[in-house]
Design a protein around this ligand. Structure first.
Ligand code: NAD
Length: 260
């Protein structure tokens, strides 16, 4: 770590020390160190698959087939993934009583696996470990469908009503969950420190959350490998791997005696 990076870490640690109501906002970049590719980095999901929009998913069986091929091929990595140092550092913030909530765009469930309580995690884009019937709302664990997909079923159907099944995640063109979106907006506007980790901040309305925090006077820390639209408003920008940066910040916070 060079001198600038070390100073950035220390400034971020100081902000964590004096904050009592921290919102951590995460994107796919917080989970790349757990082996889950993000969408937009080279070698990411969009280099390998064309996104299936919600409208075409509903309208065309061929689109549903493409959707389930991608799901069949990518789910094993998601199912096996373990939390990394970044998830664990965020879970420590909750144990220290400093975390208001985690707002995540991720669908992998790794914050909960790292030890964050489910009620502290706001999932803006759903959770890939569940499948829902779009007709009768029957829910089933995603794990139960993997052997069925691998046995050659290309488009699974609801066992109860024969309706269209989809992972409990938000696709492009699909409405955002209302309660979670409202809650995330409110919490962002009420925090004293907003830490955005591993998100390109290009998917809206999620990407709006740091702006709500800044407008309301919160400090902003960004941990991301590439620039974002809101970098100019950040108190600290760390262009480092999330696991390295967050572990280092927490080491300094926990090593000091003047924690608020
Ligand atoms: P994105 O792919 O647009 O951006 C990821 C960002 O993280 C990039 O700017 C990249 O530079 C940065 N990054 C990658 N690895 C990093 C690391 N180790 N440390 C720090 N930064 C790192 O992802 P996004 O902003 O989350 O938005 C896209 C959508 O992707 C979200 O809606 C989310 O639902 C979905 N997604 C989720 C997962 C997951 O659940 N793990 C995986 C892929 C995509």
């Amino acid at each position: 770590m060079d001198r600038d990076e070390a100073q950035g870490i220390e400034r971020a640690a100081e902000l964590v020390r004096r904050s009592r109501k921290i919102v951590v906002f995460t994107g796919a970049g917080v989970s790349t160190e757990s082996g889950i590719p993000d969408f937009r980095s080279p070698g990411g999901i969009w280099d390998r698959y064309k996104p299936v929009e919600f409208g075409e998913f509903l309208a065309s069986r061929e689109a549903r087939e493409r959707y389930w091929i991608r799901s069949r091929e990518t789910y094993p990595t998601l199912a096996q993934a373990r939390p990394n140092a970044a998830h664990l550092a965020i879970a420590r913030l909750e144990q220290m009583g400093k975390l208001d909530c985690v707002i995540t765009q991720n669908v992998d469930g790794l914050h909960q696996k790292a030890g964050n309580s489910p009620e502290k995690v706001i999932e803006l884009h759903g959770n890939t470990h569940w499948v829902i019937c779009l007709s009768c709302s029957h829910r089933s664990p995603r794990s139960q469908w993997q052997p069925i997909l691998e046995s050659g079923v290309t488009v699974p159907e609801c066992p109860d009503c024969g309706g269209i099944l989809k992972a409990l995640t938000v696709s492009f063109g699909q409405p955002m969950p209302e309660r979670e979106t409202r809650e995330a907006e409110r919490r962002s506007a009420e925090c004293d420190l907003f830490i955005a980790v591993g998100s390109s901040l290009v998917v809206y309305p999620a990407a709006q959350m740091p702006a709500y925090a800044v407008q309301a006077g919160a400090a902003l820390v960004i941990v991301n490998m590439t620039p974002t639209y809101i970098d100019d408003h950040a108190d600290v920008i760390l262009r480092q791997k999330a696991g390295v940066a967050l572990a280092e910040i927490m080491k300094r916070v926990e090593g000091s005696s003047d924690v608020a």
